[in-house]
Design a protein around this ligand. Structure first.
Ligand SMILES: Cc1ncc(COP(=O)(O)O)c(C=O)c1O
Length: 399
């Protein structure tokens, strides 16, 4: 099959809810992928942040291969050795919470929303979330997401979400009332533009939660599992959340979502209160265990910040050349280049040059590279990005 035939098949049989780039990915390895014609691309946005240890990491491939022949799926009527092991690994690397497993970030947030309502006294149902947040596309997670473009066409939303500006503690304080159950916040906003709050923001939210007896729930779907150079984004502070959600990188590209909750809070989820049939089946869990082991044994938490800083250093050097670069934001392998012009033409020019990057919020060029991207590939990827920017600069100059 050639690419045109694939596009034709999609146009007839796949719902058009994604704005797809005209490229068919045939295979991927590490920080590279190849299209159907064998053309290679450097991937600085692997799997939209899911392939955080690169595509098809050999240890994940090996673990899945071994698991798939032994046990793919057994429902949550029973126990598996694998699920308990992964739960312990995540709990011991975070705040000693208990895990609920599911299949995506949105589902993990759904679980958190339901748990907040179950745990808090009757009558308390409101959850405060932040403008420009992103929590997923299911009804609860979408309603938690304070971006009107995500809501458009889907109203009425689930009631009970109160939106306030990000990084504004006074606004949160003013929004808390006797019906408030929880605050749900990303430690760094991802889709919102890699927005890094003040150093004491989470600590102040923690205080507000303690003072008002409400839950602090962190959406670490994008910041979690090493993305920021620590296991979890909140670990750059002294506080701990009551609830945390994970997905994306947690299983090396396999579809796994997790909600962790402090044991006292988790106790509100009793048998029958919530469920998902696939949740943490043995196959994805084997990928999760192998992913966490690889991050640890290959020293990738330490490497993440070095990769991110290498990118920022290079981009900073370009600032005198490209007037449209306003600055950078970075923590670990979560990097934004703030532009004064739309980023989409740079993303397109980069792809023509064999490089994948992403643009969010119109003017934010975003990279979520793998923590283990080889130095040479990163170097070459950045050279291609510089060339892409030069092309766009030339177009801007010629009007
Ligand atoms: C912070 C955050 N929460 C939740 C989600 C939703 O995750 P999923 O697409 O796996 O449902 C995303 C996805 O980008 C995200 O970045």
């Amino acid at each position: 099959m050639n690419a045109d035939q694939v596009f034709e098949q999609y146009s007839r049989f796949v719902i058009g809810n994604y704005g797809r780039t005209q490229l068919v990915v045939a295979r991927a390895q590490g920080s590279m992928f190849w299209d159907l014609d064998g053309r290679a691309y450097i991937d600085l946005f692997p799997g939209w942040g899911c392939s955080m240890i690169g595509h098809c990491h050999p240890k994940v491939v090996e673990a899945v291969r071994e698991q798939v022949a032994r046990l793919i799926h057994v429902d949550n009527t029973f126990f598996t050795v694998e699920q308990g092991r992964l739960a312990q690994m995540l709990s011991e690397r975070s705040f000693g919470g208990k895990c609920f497993f599911c299949n995506s970030g949105a589902e993990a947030n759904e679980a958190a929303i339901k748990l907040a309502r179950r745990y808090t006294p009757a009558g308390r149902y409101k959850i405060i979330t932040m403008e420009k947040s992103f929590h997923g596309r299911t009804y609860g997670a979408m309603s938690a997401t304070a971006q009107s473009k995500t809501h458009a066409g889907h109203e009425p939303l689930v009631p009970g979400f109160v939106y306030v500006p990000f990084n504004d503690v006074d606004a949160v304080r003013a929004a808390i009332d006797s019906e408030t159950a929880a605050i749900l916040v990303e430690p760094i906003q991802g889709e919102g533009g890699v927005n890094i709050p003040a150093d004491d923001y989470l600590a102040k939210l923690r205080d507000l939660c303690d003072d008002n007896n409400i839950l602090l729930m962190l959406d670490e779907v994008q910041t979690g599992c090493g993305r920021t150079g620590k296991w979890f984004g909140y670990q750059h502070t002294d506080i701990e959340p009551d609830v945390m959600t994970l997905a994306k990188g947690v299983a090396g590209g396999a579809p796994l979502g997790v909600m962790l909750a402090r044991p006292e809070v988790a106790a509100a989820m009793t048998p029958g209160s919530h469920a998902t049939t696939f949740g943490a089946n043995a196959l994805v869990v084997s990928a999760g265990i192998a992913t966490l082991n690889a991050i640890e044994s290959e020293g990738l938490l330490e490497r993440a910040d070095r990769v991110g800083k290498t990118i920022v250093d290079r981009v900073t050097q370009w600032q005198s050349r490209f007037a449209f670069i306003e600055g950078t934001r970075q923590r670990g392998v979560m990097i934004a280049i703030q532009l004064s012009v739309p980023g989409a033409p740079i993303v397109s020019a980069a792809l023509e040059l064999g490089l994948r990057v992403n643009c969010t919020q119109d003017t934010v060029l975003r990279m979520l590279p793998a923590m283990n991207i080889p130095d040479e590939e990163l170097d070459e990827g950045l050279s291609r990005l510089e060339q892409a920017m030069a092309r766009v600069e030339a177009q801007l100059v010629s009007g």
